[in-house]
Design a protein around this ligand. Structure first.
Ligand SMILES: Cc1ncc(COP(=O)(O)O)c(C=O)c1O
Length: 350
């Protein structure tokens, strides 16, 4: 598939300090846009980043057919640029598309388009520890018809922004027992925009109580751990790392989650994907066996949790003494930044 490239005449990069940019605010010079119409993808274009025009009757705004991904690219000291596990996000994107009754996006647009776009804006990738280029592919319904039905037209786009460390400080987490993020049979496993919209009210309630994020529990019994805010969660009990299993379709299959499981095993820990109840966590805390609790995700990589609040109990942790999650983060960062061998072939060269 041909990708038409129109280069920007000027660059906004200018005086921007790539070592000190806020997350998600500065977009690169170009973007990718493709249209789905009459049952096929067409008009695949890389062009100067600019606002787009949509109808006030746009179906995504009214009925929520909208999905996205989050991926990172890194530039090594020798100048070579790499994307971290883009095929995993590509597969997950199309799983989300299927659940939301949206068309599949082919690799020649998602992967090849992303590769060409990043190659064009390569100078925007910071070459600094813990810094990267955040890649945001997304697709939304583009019919301009009021009426609940799958759209006939869609737009797929990719935008990019340079980024530094996110959630750098350890977090305080509130165990949520009333609101839910996902239910079996629902859309929890999809990266659908509505999942994020619906999480904002409960998250804000937790913020009012002094917490950074919620730990979602299962929708039926409020007993089993689900996700930690917008991250996958891990608890380390003794020498075992436990993360909630993906079986019921309520949890997003995180690319970082999978990478962290591999690294934990390489470090000699036992890794279990299974149901884990909050009671088991509390018991391990009380017996001194609960070593570390952390979230994983593309934006933050690893977020240590310094307080976990369940009912009246505040489980407090001295994250400065932790060794496992900092080592996982160090190894993962070293692979991404080209300082350790990429034995799993996670890095896709641009
Ligand atoms: C709800 C949710 N869970 C988990 C994750 C972590 O997934 P990944 O490691 O692929 O970024 C994300 C972020 O993408 C997310 O939005």
């Amino acid at each position: 598939m041909d990708i038409l490239v129109t280069k920007s005449e000027t660059s906004k990069l200018g005086s921007l300090d790539l070592g000190n940019v806020p997350f998600g605010k500065n977009f690169t010079d170009h973007m990718l846009v493709a249209d789905y119409e009459d049952g096929e993808w067409k008009n695949v274009e890389i062009k100067p980043y600019a606002p787009i025009s949509i109808s006030p009757a746009n179906a995504a705004i009214h009925y929520g057919q909208s999905i996205f991904e989050g991926i990172k690219a890194f530039r090594h000291e020798n100048g070579n640029a790499f994307i971290f596990r883009p095929y995993d996000n590509f597969k997950r994107f199309n799983i989300s598309a299927e659940r939301m009754q949206m068309p599949q996006v082919p690799a020649e647009i998602f992967i090849e388009g992303m590769r060409q776009l990043i190659a064009l804006d390569k100078e925007w990738i910071p070459v600094k520890h813990d810094h990267s280029l955040y890649i945001r592919p997304f697709m939304f319904a583009n019919d301009d018809v009021i009426g609940v039905k799958p759209s006939d037209k869609y737009k797929f786009m990719i935008i990019l922004c340079p980024t530094g460390p996110y959630y750098a400080v350890p977090m305080k987490i509130y165990v949520e027992e009333h609101y839910v993020r996902a239910v079996p049979g629902g859309v929890g496993y999809a990266k659908a925009a509505g999942n994020y919209g619906s999480s904002m009210y409960p998250t804000n309630e937790a913020k009012k109580k002094g917490y950074d994020q919620v730990l979602w529990t299962d929708a039926i019994e409020h007993k089993y751990l689900q996700e930690f805010g917008m991250m996958n969660g891990f608890v380390i009990i003794g020498n075992t790392a436990i993360t909630p299993d993906l079986g019921e379709g309520t949890i997003l299959a995180g690319v970082t989650r999978n990478s962290v499981m591999v690294i934990l095993q390489e470090m000699g820990l036992k890794v279990e994907e299974r149901h884990i109840s909050i009671d088991e966590v509390v018991e391990a805390y009380k017996s001194g066996e609960l070593k570390e609790v952390f979230g994983t995700g593309t934006a933050a990589t690893i977020s240590m949790i310094k307080e976990l609040r369940y009912k009246e109990l505040s489980m407090l942790f001295d994250t400065d003494k932790w060794t496992i999650s900092p080592e996982v983060k160090r190894r993962l960062t070293a692979i991404r930044e080209g300082k350790e061998a990429d034995v799993h072939e996670w890095m896709y060269k641009i």
